[in-house]
Design a protein around this ligand. Structure first.
Ligand code: CP
Ligand code: NVA
Length: 301
């Protein structure tokens, strides 16, 4: 593994290797065992979109590994004035040891990896969010003991989270059921990947998708960059695509609820469900730190 551009590039075994290392790093962190495995190394973090979790977990994670993280707001870089990403990649490769980027277009992330000669980590694009889904799989495994054979359900917009969850779930042996409104399906490349898995299902009815689920995921109805579509989207999602107690009544008794955050209570999830599952939701947020530290160690050590 040279980069983390999207989960489609990884084998199930590579995903599990990351989760195993993440578990070990979490254990070490909780027990005060120092692991300065990236001493003297620098990670540049380019942000074209807002972030709370991604920025802070990468920054703190890099510090805990003995390295430093540089927050690079794209607005302050020459990228914003038209310097090609291909040139940015070649310049950064001469200063630092890895790049994390959060942006709109996946092709920008792929170009950074192609033109630079340091590892590139995708911190979210319009089509995927691999770091988040590694933390999600880590959390589900922590609660359930194993991933293989579990049923993952996703309710809502077929967005970056859905795309990565489908790939991460199927590659680690889970069955995956997704309910999205018409016109809001996951990316066609992901549906093409999933079509070979009999344990994948895409439907319109959340109650059907949640039947017998071991973990239910959801995400916002309008992602970053789609703010202007909010009212149109509300009309398509409201009253149907919500994780609420009625939906949970058809899932397994000990069904987990996961949300990448930020959450919009009263939209994709009720406040009641959010609060009654807050332990596992905030464990999921914490696991961003451990999972990304594992990715950085694997790519940059
Ligand atoms: N879940 C997630 O990526 O959060 P941020 O947008 O706060 O980084
Ligand atoms: N789908 C959301 C995820 C945020 C972490 C977005 O792209 O805004």
């Amino acid at each position: 593994m040279k980069h983390l551009l999207k989960l489609l590039d990884l084998t199930g075994e590579e995903i599990l290797d990351i989760l195993n290392l993440a578990d070990q790093l979490k254990y070490e962190k909780k027990n005060g065992i120092l692991h300065r495995r990236l001493e003297g190394k620098s990670l540049g973090m380019i942000f074209q979109k807002s972030s709370t979790r991604t920025r802070i977990s990468f920054e703190a994670g890099m510090f805990q590994l003995g390295g430093q993280a540089l927050y690079l707001n794209a607005t302050d870089m020459q990228i914003k004035r038209g310097e090609p990403v291909e040139d940015t990649a070649r310049v950064l490769s001469r200063y630092i040891d890895g790049i994390m980027i959060r942006t709109f277009d996946q092709s920008e992330v792929e170009a950074l990896a192609e033109y630079g000669d340091i590892p590139v980590i995708n911190g979210l694009t319009d089509v995927c969010h691999p770091c988040q889904v590694l933390a999600d799989l880590m959390t589900v495994r922590e609660y359930k003991g194993a991933l293989e054979g579990l049923k993952m359900c996703y309710i809502g917009d077929g967005n970056n989270m859905t795309n990565s969850l489908i790939v991460g779930g199927l590659k680690t042996g889970m069955s995956v059921s997704v309910a999205c409104p018409e016109g809001y399906d996951p990316d066609p490349t992901i549906l093409d990947f999933a079509k070979d898995f009999p344990e994948f299902a895409l439907c319109r009815d959340p109650m059907e998708a949640a039947q017998g689920a071991d973990v239910i995921f959801t995400d916002v109805w309008a992602s970053m960059g789609q703010e202007a579509e909010m009212e149109k989207r509300r009309a398509a999602f409201e009253g149907i695509y919500q994780v609420n107690t009625e939906l949970l009544s058809v899932a397994n008794d000990d069904c987990l609820v996961q949300h990448c955050l930020p959450a919009h209570r009263g939209e994709e999830i009720t406040a009641e469900v959010f609060e009654s599952h807050s332990a596992e939701i905030f464990e999921e947020a914490e696991n961003r730190l451990h999972a990304q530290k594992a990715v950085m160690v694997m790519l940059m050590e």
